[in-house]
Design a protein around this ligand. Structure first.
Ligand code: SAM
Ligand code: DTB
Ligand code: SF4
Length: 410
């Protein structure tokens, strides 16, 4: 090879190399990120995708198709989580994470066959059933939770529904009033409730009602046979119409297919007349004796993908990292917060299983600069009209490629 040809080839190679270096940091390229190209960046002709629309949305939308949510869910994870983090920052106070403490006010002996649950009487899980807790014991536990920084207190009962439980309801009304009198948000999860029961809870001052769909409509019959998906949705409607916030989410790791079942769950919730105020993401806690024991655990990337998709599809909803957090290293938890999660259960226990303790969580908050979310309206930040997605600000670099390339090369 002639010397001049060698020089030209190496100059071209070095220009290409510089161009590659520069482009490797530019965000506003076609969505085939990861595949380096030597060609000049194409003119921005592509039409806005459903992902792009979700990224710049100024308010929640309710007309999602399952296909659209599936498209978002399939976005390369690096890009999906980055975008979810951006949307999170526009709709929520960055770094604010809600601290909620759980109390099991009626353990075990439940007639339902939820195939993951320690409290179903159908499985031998070794759990001792109890009666409904007293109002006094609830107040004691709520005060401890408040002193440790929790501002939401959630009371769970292992019941199918509230039919014929008028005495229980009276006590629960007192528990809700008591928790609210401490200045805390109150949440309960009692199984199915009708309109009248929902109204009683609303009148007591209840902030939120937790009622999970658990999984997609298609996968649901593989998990629970004693009540239907539509019955779950009916309770959610009763609660919403009574004016109580809905907390509804799912469990990941029930033998589902993430691409269809996580998308299906999010689609059902995101197309309700109002998005849930809170979307708990539970990672299955395997309970010995239940049919779900021994299921393949959900992959971390599928869990993060679910959180990030939910953040883009239901931007104003609180996403709650719920059961199974105790098995997640801090780095994984942080990645969930970066992808849009902004609430946790913290304290001595979940319902029957372990929870990350307050001290452990306080240390994590300090290390990462997280802060407890304030109650009610104060936790919301104003949303700008038509905000600009940050990565778009790189667009001007396209016109400056040659000179920038030279700069980088020298
Ligand atoms: N009995 C009521 C009901 O089913 O709505 C309230 C209590 S129930 C235990 C609350 C939620 O906890 C369930 O809907 C489920 O999503 C979650 N859960 C129960 N057992 C779990 C487990 N082993 N792992 C993860 N989440 C679980
Ligand atoms: C929710 O979605 N997760 C919490 C709360 N809502 C009631 C319950 C998780 C239970 C985990 C298994 C257990 O402790 O028994
Ligand atoms: Fe009962 Fe709720 Fe457990 Fe199902 S999840 S068995 S309804 S306590």
């Amino acid at each position: 090879m002639e010397a001049s040809l060698v020089r030209t080839t190496s100059r071209l190679a070095s220009q290409q190399l510089s161009r590659r270096r520069l482009y490797s940091t530019v965000q506003d390229l076609p969505r085939t990120v990861g595949s380096f190209t030597d060609a000049a960046p194409p003119a921005p002709t592509r039409s806005r995708s459903v992902f792009d629309d979700a990224v710049v949305a100024a308010s929640p939308r309710y007309d999602w198709t399952r296909e659209q949510i599936s498209q978002i869910h399939q976005t390369p994870l690096m890009e999906l989580t980055y975008a979810a983090g951006n949307v999170h920052r526009r709709f929520h106070k960055p770094g604010a994470v809600q601290l909620c403490t759980l109390m099991n006010i009626k353990t075990g002996g439940c007639t339902e066959d939820c195939s993951y649950c320690a409290q179903s009487s159908r499985y031998k899980t070794g759990l001792q059933a109890t009666k409904l807790s007293t109002v006094e014991s609830v107040m004691e536990a709520a005060k401890v939770a408040k002193a440790n920084g929790s501002n939401r207190f959630c009371m769970g009962a292992a019941w199918r529904d509230m039919r014929g439980r008028s005495r229980g309801m009276k006590n629960i009304v007192d528990m809700v009033k008591g928790v609210r009198s401490l200045g805390m948000e109150a949440c309960v999860t009692l199984g199915m409730v009708d309109r009248e029961q929902a109204k009683m809870l609303k009148d007591a001052g209840l902030t939120a009602y937790n009622h999970n769909l658990d999984t997609s409509r298609e996968h649901y019959p593989n998990i629970i046979t004693t009540r239907s998906y539509d019955e779950r949705l009916q309770t959610i409607e009763n609660v919403r119409e009574a004016g109580i916030h809905v907390c509804s989410g799912g469990i990941l790791g029930l033998g589902e297919t993430p691409q269809t079942d996580h998308v299906g769950l999010i689609h059902t919730l995101a197309t309700l007349p109002a998005h849930p105020e809170s979307f708990p993401v539970n990672k299955l806690v395997p309970i010995k004796g239940t049919p779900m024991f021994g299921e393949e655990p959900v992959k971390f990337e599928d869990l993060v993908r679910c959180i990030a998709t939910a953040r883009l599809v239901m931007p104003a909803t609180i996403i709650r990292l719920a059961a199974g957090r105790v098995t997640m290293p801090e780095s994984e938890q942080m990645m969930c917060f970066m992808a849009g999660a902004n609430a946790i259960f913290t304290g001595e226990k979940m319902l029957t299983t372990d929870c990350n303790g307050w001290d452990e969580d306080k240390d994590m908050f300090r290390r990462w600069g997280l802060e407890p979310m304030q109650t009610d309206a104060s936790r919301f930040v104003e949303v700008e009209q038509e905000p600009v997605f940050e990565s778009r600000s790189f667009a001007h670099l396209k016109d400056e490629v040659p000179s920038k390339a030279t700069e980088v090369a020298t």
